[in-house]
Design a protein around this ligand. Structure first.
Ligand code: NAP
Length: 345
């Protein structure tokens, strides 16, 4: 681990970057996951990882659904990179664990023994696994795990709530940027109509609930198939539920009908950019929360359609995002009805 790094850079974790030199941890090929902490760091005893949906889908599909192969792939990535960053999707996820060491100069305010969720991505979190993921069958996004993870001075973590099961908190906090981004855009643009692609998923249903709470009055939820449509309709989160393949732009446009002022992309598969642009009214905004989003496809696609839409990358961080998402989960039966079965599965 580099020792001659200035405090402001250490706060970003630069001292943990092994290669290439000069980049921040998120862009690094390899981090140093040494469990020995510096004075401004915090070490967590890892309990459970949450692989982000786009990464898990890619791993599952590339391994032909073979759980043992998925487990071997995750172990291989963490061993090679010192962090869990899927080299194909570039995405990670987050984790929960117990604080087991706090450096004397850490500004995070954490105490040994607290149970926390990291609110920074696994793509920049130094991670060492010690159990060979023996308790995981490779078939779920959530991964029981043992090992250590490191937080930097500028990392963020949330103390886990006592009133919710850990797997629920983990699932909700992993996508808590989506409802926060949706609420912010709806408020700032005073939008009334919102379309959510992938609306029956975790980030999708939370985004619908956030849009409603922020004042939107015309909510369209686009889902993949009839069973998802039935579940979303029963959840009562959308005014209109439509079925289309989000990767088929003409089908999306036809299904959504009158374009929405705000479109939120919450699918976990690539190829939703053009449908999202077509589903959005002139002067409107698309929030690309999906990690499977392609910048060239979005930018060049919008240009090619002469579509005057603002396109936002769904930043995983917005102040207050964790509390907002957990409160939406607690207060919205429809959100619980959609998220709980996914967590249980
Ligand atoms: P999720 O719970 O799996 O929901 C995704 C939904 O999209 C599912 O209902 C899925 O249907 C649906 N879907 C997939 N392909 C579709 C298609 N072609 N047409 C219509 N619907 C389709 O995923 P999530 O956890 O909400 O995550 C959603 C996305 O957010 C992922 O890409 C994830 O990586 C990303 N993410 C971003 C951040 C950030 O900071 N920006 C943080 C965390 C996660 P099925 O269930 O039938 O497949």
């Amino acid at each position: 681990m580099a020792t001659d790094v200035a405090p402001a850079q250490r706060a970003l974790g630069v001292h943990r970057v092994l290669e290439p030199p000069g980049v921040l941890p998120q862009a690094a090929r390899r981090l140093d996951p040494d469990p020995a902490i510096g004075p401004d760091e915090v070490r967590l005893a890892v309990q459970r990882l949450n692989l982000d949906a786009a990464s898990f889908r890619q791993l599952r599909e590339s391994c032909g659904g073979n759980g043992a192969a998925v487990r071997a792939a995750v172990l291989g990535i963490v061993a090679a990179r010192g962090k869990m960053q899927n080299p194909v999707t570039g995405s990670g996820g987050m984790l929960i664990g117990t604080v087991d060491a706090v450096g004397p100069e850490s500004p995070l305010g954490l105490r040994v023994g607290q149970r926390v969720a990291t609110l920074v991505s696994l793509t920049l979190t130094p991670l060492a696994l010690t159990d060979g993921l023996a308790g995981w069958d490779g078939r779920t996004e959530q991964v029981p795990a043992e090992g250590t993870a490191i937080l930097f001075a500028r990392s963020i973590a949330a103390v886990l709530p006592d009133d919710l099961p850990d797997p629920v908190s983990l699932a909700v906090l992993d996508v808590c940027g989506a409802p926060a981004a949706t609420a912010r855009v709806v408020r700032r643009t005073a939008a009334r109509s919102v379309a959510v692609l992938g609306a029956a998923g975790k980030s999708g249903c939370l985004s619908l609930a956030a849009a409603r709470a922020a004042g939107a009055t015309d909510l369209t939820g686009l889902v993949r198939d009839e069973p998802e449509a039935a579940a979303l309709t029963a959840a009562g989160l959308a005014d209109r539920v439509v079925v289309a393949d989000a990767t088929d732009p003409l089908a999306v446009a036809a299904a959504v009908g009158a374009p929405a002022e705000v479109t939120v992309v919450c699918v976990d598969a690539p190829g939703a950019e053009h449908g999202a642009v077509l589903a959005t009214a002139a002067g409107g905004t698309v929030v690309f929360f999906s990690m499977a989003t392609s910048f060239p496809a979005a930018a060049l696609g919008a240009e090619g359609m002469a579509a005057d839409v603002t396109m936002l990358i769904g930043n995983g961080y917005t102040p207050g995002h964790a509390a907002l998402a957990l409160d939406l989960y607690r207060s919205t039966p429809g959100v619980r009805a959609l998220i709980d079965p996914r967590v249980a599965a």
